[in-house]
Each structure stands twice: as C-alpha cells, then as structure tokens.
Design a protein. Structure first.
Length: 110
C-alpha cells in the first residue's frame, strides 16, 4: 500500500473564516509530512555509520583488516539505512498526526 502512493501530494483545505489565512501554511505542512519518504534520515544515518565504520577499519584499532569486515560494514550500512528510513517515516507520520490534531483543535476553539 505504501509503495503505491504518489511521490508528492498536493493537499488543499477548504477553511472558511479567520482560519483561511493559515490555509496555505497548513496545506504545505500536510503535503510535506504526507509525502515524506524518510530517505533523508536513511541517508544521514547510513553516511554517519559508514564514516565511523570506515574510520575503525582504516585505523585498525580493534580488528586487523580483512575483506570479511568490509562485507560486514557494507551490510551493516544497508541495515542502518533501512533503520534510518523507518525512523524518518515514523517521524513524518508523527508530525502529520500532530498537524492534523493542531488543525482540529484550532478549528474547534474558534
């Protein structure tokens, strides 16, 4: 189901009254959080892991160099990217829920 979503979504709101001033802000925020794929988090965490792991391999502090360690590092980098992507998706979902709840609360009290 998630793989069939469009890459970006334009969300438009129909808000009447004084809240219509914030409509564009809410539309941008909802579209951004709904369309977020988590790739930036995945890339950032994979890059950090790769730099740290490369530093360990190059300095040979804990382990002597071997091709097996290179393979473990590459597989671990892929797993860290997947973990980062999952974290990014969870964060986007949380921000989307907060934005929706904020809109509901703001409309309810005005």
């Amino acid at each position: 189901m998630l793989l069939k979503r469009p890459a970006t979504v334009d969300i438009s709101l129909e808000i009447l009254g004084p809240d219509s001033q914030n409509r564009a802000y809410y539309e941008r925020r909802l579209s951004k959080n709904y369309s977020d794929c988590g790739c930036s988090w995945g890339a950032a965490i994979a890059l950090i892991f790769l730099v740290v792991y490369s530093g360990i391999i190059i300095s040979e502090v804990w382990f002597p160099f071997s091709w097996g360690l290179i393979l473990v590092g590459l597989l671990s980098t892929v797993l860290s990217a997947a973990l980062g992507k999952t974290m990014g998706l969870a964060l986007a979902k949380t921000r989307l829920r907060r934005t929706i709840n904020h809109i509901k609360k703001e409309l309810r009290y005005k």
